[in-house]
Design a protein around this ligand. Structure first.
Ligand SMILES: N[C@@H](CCC(=O)N[C@@H](CS)C(=O)NCC(=O)O)C(=O)O
Length: 218
């Protein structure tokens, strides 16, 4: 059985979402981020990203990691590409052309968007003023205007990213763009992106995993 290492309140959610879409059973090991614990973490702390037993799985000290039949993978988006290709059926690429498109959108999300969407999350208006930077938030919003316009145009034809159907590309990009939700002006300026993300979040699998995420301590 597949094992996914990482709490719901982390990028592991992307992998858990994909498993739920496919109906793929998995063993969940809720490794948490060390920065969410006191420094230094107490001896009885839950397993975290600097625990020796987890560092033996992922020496990078990041979640998520995944194990499947002896194969260990890190990097949340790559894990989803692997799971979709092996178990995903129509969620995965149907041919080499689609595989290229899925990889393109995934790398686009990771490189063109995620550095900025993370800045939005870490500097969101909901945080106390002393814990955030309005300048960083605005710089991230400005940097994302073009990627949002690109995505908005790409969604014009079918409302999906690859093959006119919901695929792992939608999951990977949706999970990266979710971090930008605290900047609603970006979505108001890209109505197809807004409608697409709303549709992604209306899927039963997403609702299920996001409810479980809410149940986890913040
Ligand atoms: N590029 C990696 C990033 C992994 C990452 O930074 N994960 C965060 C949680 S979402 C983490 O492990 N933070 C805790 C730490 O760095 O100790 C991926 O997509 O898997």
């Amino acid at each position: 059985m597949i094992t996914i290492y990482g709490v719901y309140r982390s990028r592991a959610l992307r992998n858990i979402w994909l498993c739920e879409e496919v109906g793929l059973p998995f063993r969940h090991v809720p490794v948490m981020q060390t920065y969410r614990l006191p420094d230094p973490p107490p001896a009885d702390a839950p397993t975290h990203t600097r625990s020796q037993e987890f560092l033996r799985i992922n020496p990078n000290g990041h979640i998520p990691s995944m194990e499947d039949d002896g194969l260990v993978l890190h990097e949340s988006l790559a894990i989803n590409l692997y799971l979709a290709r092996k178990y995903g059926g129509a969620l995965g690429p149907a041919d080499l052309g689609e595989e290229g498109q899925v990889a393109m959108w995934t790398l686009w999300a990771a490189t063109e968007c995620e550095p900025h969407t993370i800045e939005i999350l870490f500097n969101r208006p909901q945080l106390p003023a002393e814990e955030r930077s309005e300048a960083k938030l605005q710089a991230a919003v400005a940097a994302l205007r073009r990627p949002f316009a690109v995505l908005d145009a790409a969604l014009a034809e079918t409302g999906f990213l690859v093959g006119g159907r919901f695929t792992v590309a939608d999951i990977n990009v949706a999970e990266v763009l979710r971090y930008a939700l605290p900047a609603p002006a970006l979505f108001d300026g890209a109505p197809r992106v807004k409608a697409w993300l709303t549709a992604c979040h209306a899927r039963p699998a997403w609702k299920k995993v996001s409810a479980r995420r809410e149940e986890e301590p913040a």
